[in-house]
Ligand binder design. Structure first.
Ligand SMILES: [Zn+2]
Length: 294
């Protein structure tokens, strides 16, 4: 669930609070979360947190290894992918060993603080990967990402070129290879702002529609980050108060025209839209119901 705005504010808040902190030890109670063993995770003991960055929906935690400063200084980066149910949180106290949400624990040397990758639900999908910083550019997940959805949103023509495929906008905008950072929550908000049908094919986008879509991406994601800057402080809660007006608001009036918002239900998520603003009055098929009726 965490998408670009949620990862961005987390990186900013936790990055500011941990910059310069030294790692005392690293534990990985959720061993499935480890993607690589070279360099090994425990080699981070003694490293200093240089900063936390974001790329798409991933975190990059930059770590400077102990040793003489200068050209030979070892610089590592810990790549963190939350997948659908992960959280990166900073706690003042260390996790209970019985906490089943713990995946990776970075214990800080300045007291009891702990930077914790947690994951809710039964599946273990969140992961971390430690690498040398100079090889970050070659990392397969990162190098496969499309351009950032925000703050350097591609201009309308570039966006239109990237979306020029016979797939629906709802799928294309969430495809991290096409554009990085948007998921199931923010795609509903963006398409509603741009007054575009989720099922319009990318290849059918006019230049005017591409401008509206580009602006919606930029303004909705940027607006969310600004909103979080106003209301959030550490500790970041398990459930972030997402400023959504369409996603999961099916059955409520459209914030623009007052028409009742409709939804298409998939197995484990929901897509919401306004029939008046987005689909020429058409109510799209409820996939859940149509499957039951087969
Ligand atoms: Zn509407």
């Amino acid at each position: 669930m965490p998408e670009l705005p949620e990862v961005e504010i987390t990186a900013r808040l936790i990055g500011a609070a941990t910059a310069g902190a030294v790692i005392e030890s690293v534990l990985a109670p959720g061993l499935n979360a480890l993607k690589t063993f070279d360099p090994p995770l425990h080699s981070l003991a003694g490293a200093t947190i240089a900063g936390i960055r974001r790329r798409g929906k991933l975190f990059l935690i930059d770590l400077d290894m102990p040793g003489p400063a200068g050209p030979g200084m070892q610089q590592h980066t810990l790549l963190v992918h939350l997948m659908s149910a992960g959280r990166l949180q900073l706690f003042d106290k260390r996790a209970s060993l019985r906490d089943r949400t713990s995946r990776v624990l970075l214990r800080l040397a300045d007291g009891e603080r702990e930077l914790r990758l947690r994951e809710f639900g039964t599946k273990q999908r969140a992961w971390v990967k430690l690498m040398r910083r100079e090889s970050v550019g070659d990392e397969e997940t990162l190098s496969a990402l499309g351009p950032e959805a925000w703050p350097q949103t591609p201009d309308a023509e570039r966006l239109r070129a990237r979306l020029e495929q016979p797939r629906p906008l709802y799928t294309l905008l969430r495809d991290q290879h096409v554009i990085a950072g948007i998921g199931r929550s923010w795609v509903d908000e963006i398409l509603h702002s741009a007054k575009l049908s989720p099922f319009k094919r990318g290849a059918d986008l006019s230049s005017g529609e591409a401008v509206a879509l580009r602006d919606a991406i930029h303004d909705r994601l940027g607006g969310a980050v600004e909103h979080y800057e106003q209301i959030l402080a550490l500790p970041i809660p398990d459930k972030l108060p997402l400023p959504l007006t369409v996603h999961r608001h099916n059955g409520e009036p459209c914030p623009r025209c007052g028409t009742t918002l409709e939804a298409v239900f998939y197995e484990d998520y929901v897509m919401c839209y306004c029939p008046f603003c987005q689909t020429d009055g058409k109510v799209l098929k409820d996939r859940r119901l149509s499957r039951l009726l087969k």
